[in-house]
Design a protein around this ligand. Structure first.
Ligand code: TMP
Length: 203
């Protein structure tokens, strides 16, 4: 099983993924935890480039998209696909929906570009995606409290409002796959929501 986790900054993805990881381990499942951009040594290096605020020139929107997909191609080939083939449950912090939400809805890149990349470079998609949804202000306050902001976290509120709307659009189009969780609730409540959605998906 391949499960991804999505949402704007500071909505509590890491907390939920860790709780689910422990939960699956306790159930005796072979489960692995990974993230995008990143998840392999090379993809983590690309992540470093993408999140760094220290560049001698601005990263163009197209470059950003292609770096995301370079990291994704590496991650899929060298980590996700082998893990799925070995029968593992893969929990992935962000996947292709983040590219739609951030690069298309957020940055304004065309959906055709994304579709082309997905068609050629993404052979496997999550069966379930948890979208942790909370008001932008709430998430950004949490992100700021964590310390220094990365290149994305430094974006304006309007950018995150577009990203959130992008996720809402995917949710509307694919409600079966993308489960919305109310991330304004506390961690225990969000975890309970995820477990009940999982139970529903399995029944
Ligand atoms: P993180 O903060 O969840 O670790 O993710 C790193 C940043 O990368 C986050 O601000 C969202 C961004 N991102 C994209 O813009 N497009 C993508 O396809 C992915 C996977 C992440």
């Amino acid at each position: 099983m391949f499960i991804s986790f999505e949402g704007t900054e500071g909505v509590g993805k890491t907390t939920l993924i860790t709780q689910l990881y422990e939960h699956f381990l306790q159930q005796g499942l072979d489960v692995v935890l990974t993230r995008e951009p990143g998840g392999t040594p090379l993809a983590e290096q690309i992540r470093g480039l993408l999140l760094s605020v220290e560049h001698q020139e601005p990263i163009s929107n197209d470059t950003e998209l292609l770096l995301m997909y370079a990291a994704r191609a590496q991650h899929l080939q060298n980590f996700i696909l082998p893990a799925l083939s070995a029968g593992k449950v893969v929990l992935c912090d962000r996947f292709i929906d983040a590219s739609f939400a951030y690069q298309c809805a957020g940055r304004g890149l065309s959906r055709d570009k994304l579709q082309m990349l997905n068609q050629h470079f993404v052979s496997h998609r999550p069966e379930i995606t948890f979208w942790l949804d909370a008001p932008i202000e709430l998430g950004m306050a949490r992100a700021r409290a964590r310390g220094e902001l990365d290149r994305f976290e430094q974006e304006k509120m309007e950018f995150f409002a577009r990203v959130r709307a992008g996720y809402a659009e995917i949710h509307q189009q694919e409600p079966e796959r993308m489960k919305r969780l109310d991330a304004s609730q506390n961690a225990a409540q969000v975890f309970a929501q995820a477990l009940s959605q999982l139970a529903l998906a399995r029944s």
